[in-house]
Design a protein around this ligand. Structure first.
Ligand SMILES: [Ca+2]
Ligand SMILES: [Ca+2]
Length: 261
């Protein structure tokens, strides 16, 4: 076997020694056993919107009553799938900061959130459910947009009946261009096509009495120590002031609390 000359072994020792010296000098933190000792350069991200934040504008507006058709011509669910919102201060909105709650058993999911200047566009994976109230809730109740679906109640008198057909006909005769409330088929115009759509809606919901007060508002409710946001007239457990984060349950008297926005 060929032996390594004495000067070859010395060179290897010198190279290893030089590496160790440079490594320790350039990377002193690597010798630390606890990585948490490394100071943060960036401040921690704000996990929730400020509690005092408000919605400056939204489309639909908070409390909007949707009276349009609930299925399109091909019998697919129809209705509001997009909510645009602007806050009174700059925020960073992401899908995980939004929750959709309804008075029913199932709620749409947030499909995407897109920023457009000062506005945020929230797209749902399906329309808001018919004949229910739906809330788009931000950060566990810091703010919300509540929408009520009252199919066919074109004249907004609280009942869906054939008087709504008369109101729509009057709007068409008057060449009413304000589509809100009369654009039953959601095509952006008020026309005889809306009469056909409304006829189908009334045939299904005729005589239905809608009561916004009883259907509800957004509530933060406690069940034992857990707080959740819902839509309804009252909480099954105790009601607390929204939001649910930080968790107010168990730390305050729920009996005397009220909800605010
Ligand atoms: Ca009506
Ligand atoms: Ca229309």
């Amino acid at each position: 076997m060929k032996r390594i000359p004495w000067w070859g072994g010395g060179a290897v020792v010198l190279l290893v020694g030089a590496y160790v010296v440079l490594f320790v000098k350039v990377s002193p933190d690597r010798s630390r056993a606890e990585p948490r000792a490394t100071p943060r350069v960036e401040p921690p991200a704000e996990p929730y919107l400020p509690v005092a934040i408000e919605i400056a504008w939204s489309d639909p507006l908070d409390g909007y009553i949707a009276v349009g058709q609930v299925t399109d011509a091909e019998q697919y669910a129809d209705g509001i799938r997009r909510i645009e919102v602007r806050f009174n201060t700059a925020v960073t909105l992401t899908v995980d900061r939004i929750e959709v709650v309804t008075t029913g058993d199932t709620a749409p999911l947030v499909e995407s959130v897109t920023q457009n200047g000062d506005d945020w566009i929230i797209d749902l994976d399906r329309p808001i459910p018919a004949a229910e109230s739906t809330a788009i809730v931000f950060d566990a109740g810091v703010a919300w947009v509540l929408i009520h679906s009252h199919p066919g109640d074109v004249n907004l008198d609280g009942t869906t009946d054939w008087n709504d057909a008369i109101a729509l006909d009057a709007a068409i005769q008057a060449r009413w261009t304000q589509v809100t409330g009369y654009d039953v088929n959601r095509d952006g115009q008020v026309s005889s096509a809306d009469v056909d759509s409304l006829g189908g809606v009334i045939a299904f919901y005729n005589g239905t009495v809608w009561n916004v007060e009883s259907l509800g508002s957004v509530l933060c409710c406690c069940v034992f120590d857990r707080c959740s946001v819902g839509v309804g007239a009252s909480c099954a457990g105790g009601e607390v002031s929204c939001p649910c984060v930080p968790n107010p349950c168990g730390s305050v008297s729920t009996a005397q609390s009220t909800h605010t926005q």
